[in-house]
Design a protein around this ligand. Structure first.
Ligand SMILES: [Zn+2]
Ligand SMILES: [Zn+2]
Ligand SMILES: [Zn+2]
Length: 150
């Protein structure tokens, strides 16, 4: 059987594939949003009514720890999660509004941006003899809507 990148990461870190882990992964693959623990819990309940909130918490914690998911933490106890690499979604960067906590995905990169990423990655790999596998880019600020309401 073909294993996926996230299974490799899970097994590689010494963990098994349990039913709750599979449910949480499926939810993360199928969504276009950055979901909170509660969002994921509500969806998980529809798949398996016996799943517990604590299990969902632990599962997401584990996924963030071993790099299966990235965690967006606003320090308000409402962390949001997204798969590190979702086969159903284009590689994207994030604009994160610190006021309304909106997370904007964009993948319509500017030419300057692509050139900068390529150059930076090449130079970093060279300088540190480091093989770069992937990257995440987050820009923090105030979104258009929030700027207009002030
Ligand atoms: Zn990128
Ligand atoms: Zn905003
Ligand atoms: Zn995203």
């Amino acid at each position: 059987m073909l294993t996926t990148w996230w299974q490799n990461r899970l097994f590689g870190a010494g963990y098994r594939l349990t039913a709750p882990r599979e449910i949480v992964i499926d939810i993360l693959i199928e969504t276009d949003n950055h979901l909170s623990v509660e969002d994921i819990y509500v969806k998980a309940l529809k798949i398996n009514p016996s799943i517990g909130l604590a299990t969902v918490y632990r599962t997401l914690d584990l996924f963030a720890q071993i790099g299966i998911a990235q965690k967006f933490d606003f320090g308000d106890g409402k962390a949001r999660y997204e798969l590190t690499d979702n086969p159903k979604k284009d590689h994207h960067h994030h604009l994160i509004c610190i006021r309304c906590k909106a997370i904007i995905d964009y993948s319509d990169f500017m030419k300057e941006e692509l050139r900068l990423m390529d150059k930076t990655q090449a130079a970093l790999s060279q300088k540190h003899q480091f093989k770069i596998m992937h990257h995440t880019i987050h820009f923090y600020g105030i979104c258009e809507k929030c700027r207009k309401s002030h």
